[in-house]
Write a protein that binds this ligand. Structure first.
Ligand SMILES: Nc1nc2c(ncn2[C@@H]2O[C@H](COP(=O)(O)OP(=O)(O)OP(=O)(O)O)[C@@H](O)[C@H]2O)c(=O)[nH]1
Ligand SMILES: [Mg+2]
Ligand SMILES: [Zn+2]
Length: 403
């Protein structure tokens, strides 16, 4: 891991000049920890006052220019933030090269819908690279389980890697994927993300969850995000021969409300197995769920039924999210009304607040409808998100709110 180097005064003078670049590896109240590669040093930095005044936000992963570096004190000043390649919303993180979605094969059992939710989310968040699928706890899995997982996702174009953080199976292949990149490890709580990262570099000493029961449902052991550097030495131990480092980020599992939804008509483009038929669908506004003559429905025989079910659930969720947003914006509009004639002569006056008038029947009805929809949706989700290895594991896991 990164340590303070024994830099000389010469190098201190060199880096004092404007334009030295570093990477923010952690931000916290009152400052930023910035890695400066030429000095191989972590610096505790403040943002220049001007940046604060201009409201420039700096987040973990940002590349920043530095001034007034003092290697002895380990301090510096951030003078500007370089343009970002991308920005993840959760965790708030800039310049991510790839996302590895980690799921346990068992304990907790792998769930196809959860897997598809993570795929769609990160395809939307990081458009420059397809997520990698990493199935962990191979020590608990049968050869059939592993074959099943490969047979579902490899034909869709995803890279599938099967590992065990406990036995070390597949870890060298995983390390190869990280070279010279910034990689986010995401996935359900209890999948073993932190354990995997500790196996990649034992010096990280990330906190690991203690499994509650035999089905091992985790409870968000990881709560904040930071960029960690895996050293050349550690990568060499894992069989990587390139002279390079890797940056990795551990993240906590998502709650259901944290997944991103595309517009209902765009969900299909996040499912490559459906998209290849959707491009030839003759309707421009087709959800590919019910329409007569839809080209996706005409080719259902070639689509994995579980994937199609998951697609259906996500379109419906996206539709109901849109309805809620529309209802909310109608409510905002209806707080102003236009009085006093047509064209330009009308004035807009705020409506009396709810306190001063009786509740409109319509609003009440909408609110009731909305809560009924939500309850129905949540029940559907809870019912649907059960293990997809039921037959092999002999167990059935209800999906908890936090995945
Ligand atoms: N059998 C087995 N257990 C594992 C493996 N990897 C992790 N575990 C166990 O799974 C549990 C959860 O591991 P964590 O690394 O905390 O999981 P996480 O994905 O980081 O969870 P959150 O931080 O809550 O999102 C721990 O008890 C680990 O010991 C593995 O390869 N095999
Ligand atoms: Mg963790
Ligand atoms: Zn269609």
């Amino acid at each position: 891991m990164t340590g303070f180097s024994d830099s000389t005064t010469d190098s201190a003078e060199t880096v004092s000049s404007k334009g030295t670049v570093g990477t923010v590896i952690r931000s916290h109240a009152g400052g930023y920890l910035v890695y400066q590669p030429e000095l191989d040093i972590n610096l505790l930095c403040q943002a220049r006052g001007r940046l604060k005044k201009e409201g420039v936000s700096i987040v973990t992963g940002d590349r920043v220019t530095l001034d007034d570096i003092d290697p002895e004190k380990g301090s510096g000043v951030i003078t500007s933030c370089l343009e970002r390649e991308n920005l993840l919303s959760r965790p708030l993180l800039a310049n991510v090269d790839q996302v590895i979605i980690v799921q346990a094969i068992h304990q907790p059992d792998w769930i196809a819908l959860v897997c598809d939710r993570y795929l769609v989310h990160f395809q939307l968040e990081v458009r420059s690279s397809l997520p990698v699928l990493c199935f962990n706890k191979s020590d608990l899995a049968s050869e059939d389980d592993k074959k099943t997982l490969r047979s579902i996702y490899e034909p869709l174009g995803y890279l599938v890697t099967i590992v065990s953080a406990i036995t070390g199976e597949g870890m060298d292949g995983l390390a190869d994927l990280l070279v010279s990149k910034t990689t986010v490890f995401a996935g359900p709580s209890g999948a073993g993300k932190s354990t995997l990262l500790n196996r990649l570099d034992p010096e990280l000493r990330l906190k690991i969850g203690v499994m509650e029961n035999d089905f091992g449902v985790g409870r968000h052991t990881t709560t904040s995000s930071e960029l960690y550097r895996i050293s050349k030495r550690q990568l060499r131990l894992l069989g990587v021969d390139e002279e390079s480092v890797a940056w990795i980020v551990d993240t906590p599992g998502f709650g259901l409300s944290e997944f991103k939804h595309p517009e209902p008509l765009d969900v299909v483009w996040q499912f490559p197995d459906l998209a290849k038929f959707a491009v030839d669908c003759k309707y421009s506004d087709c959800t590919h769920l019910v329409e007569q003559g839809c080209n996706v429905l005409a080719n259902l025989g070639q689509i994995d039924p579980t994937r199609f079910d998951n697609y259906t659930i996500m379109v419906k969720e996206s539709q109901s999210e849109k309805t809620i947003l529309r209802d909310t914006s109608k409510k905002v509009e209806s707080t102003v009304k236009s009085v006093g004639g047509r064209e330009g002569k009308a004035v807009h006056v705020p409506l009396l607040s709810g306190r001063y008038r009786s509740k409109a029947k319509n609003t009440e009805r909408q609110q009731l409808k909305r809560s009924a929809n939500l309850v129905e949706d949540e029940e559907d989700i809870a019912l649907e998100e059960t293990s997809d290895f039921d037959s092999s594991s002999g167990s059935s896991n209800n999906q908890s709110e936090e995945t």
